[in-house]
Design a protein around this ligand. Structure first.
Ligand code: ATP
Length: 271
């Protein structure tokens, strides 16, 4: 039974039977170099979909297309049937794309609460730093955003750090704040770009637990880009393998790892 606290964080479910996210025939080029070539995949509601592949395969470029940092040359990206290609980054946030960054997208001098509030910036009708906020409806909006932020802080066990500058905190905690910042966008699809990169074993096991817990409590769909195969195999419902911008195969983790093309292109190369 969802509690009031969790209901605040959840995106109302769509009644449509189609996949939540539909990516079709995506093509991206830089200069003469094809970075993504005819990439298609779907993500279902509540699913954890992983994308793996060697360095430079195009995984982050897919995230950049989904969040409108890059505009693909061709193809379509639909969330709940709504086309995202052609939108501005802030619009994709409003339509349900939230992301974390490989190298942290945090403001090191701001504290945890402020960083998470900035995650909500695209959802705000008024700037949260504007003086006008303390009057009337704007103040109500500010308080509602702060309430969501406090819920996320509690959910991710960040309470002891809430007023500390994030740059002074341990790396594992910063990665968790980064996750919180993306969650503050109240995404329908959460894009996790190497959430355990650079972490020690204990930190990555902690992060894995938070990812599992967020899925269980919020039912949010996730796309995971990660080189740590143990994490991918443990958490993913389905995996897509990318090589030189082209999907080789998509399937459940065990099927994918035994695919001959994957062994050659990725696992063999990574060993
Ligand atoms: N803005 C850009 N300008 C030029 N080339 C780019 C740009 N962004 C990405 N590329 C190129 O696209 C290719 C795919 O890069 P991308 O970062 O998407 O790969 P990746 O699979 O995420 O790699 P990694 O696992 O190392 O993070 C690389 O050859 C990269 O150099």
């Amino acid at each position: 039974m969802p509690t009031t606290r969790l209901e605040t964080l959840m995106t109302p479910p769509s009644t449509e039977g189609r996949p939540l996210l539909e990516v079709a025939n995506l093509r991206l080029k830089f200069g003469g170099v094809t970075v993504l070539n005819d990439v298609s995949f779907d993500v279902n509601r509540g699913e954890l979909f992983a994308i793996i592949g060697p360095n430079g395969a195009g995984k982050t470029s897919i995230f950049n297309c989904l969040s409108a940092a890059y505009r693909p040359e061709a193809g379509s990206i639909k969330i709940d049937g709504r086309e995202l290609v052609g939108m501005r980054p802030a619009q994709t946030v409003r339509h349900g794309i939230g992301r974390t960054f490989q190298n942290l997208g945090l403001f090191p001098d701001l504290d945890v609460v402020e960083n998470l509030l900035l995650g909500r910036h695209s959802l705000m009708r008024t700037g949260f730093l504007s003086g006008a906020l303390w009057f009337g409806r704007a103040r109500g909006e500010e308080l509602a955003h702060r309430m969501v932020v406090e819920e996320i802080i509690e959910l991710l066990a960040l309470t002891p750090f809430r007023r500390q500058a994030v740059g002074t905190l341990p790396y594992g905690v910063q990665k968790r704040i980064e996750l919180g910042r993306a969650l503050a966008m109240q995404p329908k699809v959460l894009l996790l770009d190497e959430p355990v990169a650079g972490m020690n074993l204990e930190e990555s096991e902690d992060m894995a637990r938070y990812i599992v817990e967020l899925r269980r409590l919020l039912g949010v769909a996730m796309i995971l880009v990660e080189h740590d195969m143990r994490l991918v195999m443990d958490l993913a419902d389905r995996v897509m393998v990318l090589d030189f911008g082209t999907p080789i195969t998509t399937g459940v983790p065990n099927d994918v790892t035994s695919h001959p093309g994957v062994v050659a292109a990725y696992l063999g190369g990574a060993a």
